[in-house]
Design a protein around this ligand. Structure first.
Ligand SMILES: *Cc1c(COP(=O)(O)O)cnc(C)c1O
Length: 377
């Protein structure tokens, strides 16, 4: 331990970005006059329009959270049987598949992007397969063209869990425009948030009526219930928070970028740390800062040491979803995902993390790994 590097206040792995207090109050004032709190209120409609234009994607629907948005996406496409997906994701992805009475089939991931490996998808396709549910892990886009090719050949639907990927672009095209449907999470811990919240962007305009019904008990009018729906509507207070945060999203992302490259600069000389990189064709949102360590013990040791300095780093995603107690799957078919899960560690990353603090975190890491670095030479 190096005493002078200990942080006085806890540095969490993420911290919600809050708008100016008065700006939020201004946005919610009208709610008291209108007495319209939820069910497609005016703030909801304004938020929807602004998102569609910010993300340059024509069709969007808002939800009370990302998870219910994902379940609604699955239901809206009438999927059956098996869905090919990744075990290296947040619990929500796999729970959504399972809650819709479908079977997740785990495909291994690419060792560089941590995303579903498109070369391993086709061997998992059976007569039962109806869709691919891929995740843009840590905001790194999947091989969207490769996935589209496979889906077309085998007549499969494609859903993207884009919970981490708000504002990310591939060759200048926003990530919201790929696959049949993409789900974005606006949870407080994400790059962009509306306290809790979620959004679907979708290609087939005619899905709109069904998506809107599914999030409102399956009702298509006051006396007509066409679907076994759920309640997943976004309320006006969420929309107001989203509107405020949308005004400063570009600034938030550029602040994250500074933190990201500060870490990069200070950590890239450490042999036992593998950094997370983006190709030039990608416009990232810098949602997470994952590092890959040499092995499981070293990763766990570093996470524990960081705690002693008041720094919280998280093992995203460990364990793999296929290892959860509530499921009965094996991890043998996804050795690369298992290996990454054992070695990954996400460092603190949020827009208000100062460059100074990021440097200090790097100093701690270099100090704590010092013996290990020296012993390599
Ligand atoms: C956060 C997250 C979700 C769920 O979103 P909520 O808005 O929290 O319901 C789904 N998938 C991934 C990969 C996530 O990180």
């Amino acid at each position: 331990m190096k005493q002078e590097l200990i942080f006085e206040d806890l540095i969490t792995v993420t911290q919600p970005s809050l708008p100016d207090f008065n700006s939020y109050i201004e946005h919610i004032k009208g709610i008291w006059d209108r007495k319209w709190l939820t069910n497609n209120g005016p703030l909801h409609e304004e938020f929807k329009e602004k998102l569609s234009s910010y993300l340059r994607t024509p069709n969007v629907e808002l939800f009370t959270n990302g998870h219910l948005a994902l379940e609604t996406a699955i239901k809206s496409l009438n999927l059956t049987g098996e869905v090919i997906t990744t075990p290296f994701t947040f619990a929500s992805t796999i729970h959504a598949i399972t809650n819709c009475n479908l079977k997740p089939i785990f495909c291994d991931v690419d060792p560089v992007t941590y995303n579903i490996d498109i070369n391993k998808i086709e061997s998992l396709i059976t007569s039962e397969t109806s869709a691919i549910l891929a995740v843009h892990v840590f905001g790194q886009p999947c091989d969207v063209e490769g996935i589209e090719r496979i889906a077309e050949t085998h007549n499969l639907k494609v859903i993207y869990d884009a919970a981490h990927a708000f504002g990310v672009k591939v060759n200048g095209t926003d990530i919201a425009n790929f696959g049949d449907i993409s789900m974005f999470s606006f949870h407080a811990t994400k790059v962009f948030h509306s306290i809790e919240g979620g959004m679907l962007s979708y290609q087939d305009e005619s899905l709109s009526t069904k998506l809107r019904a599914l999030k409102n008990f399956g009702m298509t009018s006051a006396e007509k219930v066409e679907y076994v729906g759920s309640n997943a509507k976004m309320n006006e207070f969420q929309a107001a928070m989203g509107l405020c945060n949308l005004e400063k999203i570009n600034q938030d992302i550029s602040l994250r970028k500074e933190v990201f490259y500060t870490y990069h600069e200070w950590l890239n000389k450490i042999d036992s740390i593998q950094l997370f990189n983006f190709e030039n064709s990608i416009t990232p949102n810098f949602s997470y800062y994952p590092i890959l360590m040499d092995d499981y013990e070293q990763r766990n040791r570093l996470a524990m040491r960081l705690k002693e300095y008041n720094v919280v780093a998280r093992k995203y995603f460990y364990p793999l979803c296929s290892q959860f107690d509530c499921y009965d799957f094996s991890i043998e078919s996804t050795p690369i995902a298992a290996d990454i899960s054992d070695r990954v560690l996400c460092l603190p990353m949020y827009s208000e993390l100062s460059v100074e603090n990021a440097k200090q975190i790097c100093e701690i890491i270099r100090y704590e790994l010092g013996d290990e670095i020296v012993s390599r030479y």
